[in-house]
Design a protein around this ligand. Structure first.
Ligand SMILES: NC(=O)c1ccc[n+]([C@@H]2O[C@H](COP(=O)([O-])OP(=O)(O)OC[C@H]3O[C@@H](n4cnc5c(N)ncnc54)[C@H](OP(=O)(O)O)[C@@H]3O)[C@@H](O)[C@H]2O)c1
Length: 252
């Protein structure tokens, strides 16, 4: 069982309307949580971010804002670049300015992805060489590079799903990941923040096929070969994106 007590720092959640953001808000594990909409606080507007951080005396930023759909990123690379790379750079600049101008020390938790790894052999360690297999993954690598320029950061490499919203009718028996149910991920995030972990961390659950993962929650999902998924999508996908979780298991 994962036990989580609420955090008392002023937190800014970016991406509160997304799958992960909604689960963070619903969990009530994060006290003093500010979650402005993208209309109110667009990460493309650097000055607005900076003003918000100062006004609300933010201590932690949970950066979950992104163009996170692989297909959309391939279709609209400019948009993906703006949000995932330039948006993240804006956050970094704002945090650095807050330090220089106002002596505010803000910690950034950046939600990265397993898509920063080649995702063919599996069991990827945090120290392994990064290599993306699609545009989305490339933008997340660039985001990480920007975040690493900060004094105080945590990069979470993960993949997750909402057990109540599994939309697929088929899942491959031979595509492997460490994908984690989003509610579990939120509880782990809370603990990672409380432990003040700094650096890069893989977060997920035990390696399993997509079929095994989803069948646990959606009994009528049908097993299939990966070729069925690949042919339907016309996209390069991971075959084994599983994560080495040694560092995570030691911490948690
Ligand atoms: N889903 C996965 O399996 C997965 C796997 C690995 C990593 N991740 C990462 O986890 C994070 C959260 O993913 P998710 O699945 O929850 O994403 P999501 O459901 O697609 O939500 C994306 C969020 O980003 C916000 N956003 C987009 N552009 C913005 C902008 N310019 N300014 C401010 N906010 C903006 C969206 O706000 P609006 O709704 O207002 O547009 C939305 O709240 C992302 O960083 C993603 O790359 C996801």
């Amino acid at each position: 069982m994962i036990v989580g007590a609420s955090l008392k720092n002023n937190i800014l959640l970016l991406g509160g309307s997304g799958t992960l953001g909604k689960a963070i808000i619903k969990s009530r594990l994060f006290n003093n949580l500010n979650y402005p909409t993208s209309k109110t606080l667009n990460i493309l507007n650097q000055k607005k971010i900076e003003d918000f951080l100062i006004k609300k005396k933010i201590k932690i930023i949970l950066h979950c804002a992104a163009l996170a759909r692989v297909k959309e990123c391939e279709k609209n690379k400019k948009k993906a670049f703006r949000i995932n790379v330039l948006g993240t750079k804006n956050i970094v600049k704002s945090v650095n300015n807050c330090w220089k101008k106002n002596n505010l020390n803000i910690r950034v938790i950046f939600i990265s992805s397993d898509a920063v790894y080649p995702s063919t052999r599996g069991n990827y360690k945090e120290t392994d060489k990064l290599k993306s297999y699609n545009y989305y993954g490339w933008t997340k690598i660039q985001g990480e590079k920007a975040i690493k320029k900060l004094n105080s950061y945590t990069i979470i490499r993960t993949r997750f799903f909402n057990k109540y919203k599994i939309k697929f009718n088929y899942a491959a028996v031979n595509i492997y990941t460490s994908s984690i149910e989003v509610r579990k991920l939120v509880k782990y995030l809370n603990r990672i923040i409380k432990k003040k972990f700094k650096g890069v961390l893989n977060v997920g659950s035990k390696r399993a096929s997509d079929f095994e993962k989803y069948n646990k929650y959606k009994k009528n999902i049908k097993p299939c070969d990966k070729s069925k998924i690949f042919n339907n999508l016309n996209l390069k996908l991971a075959t084994d994106a599983s994560l080495n979780l040694e560092k995570f298991n030691k911490l948690i």
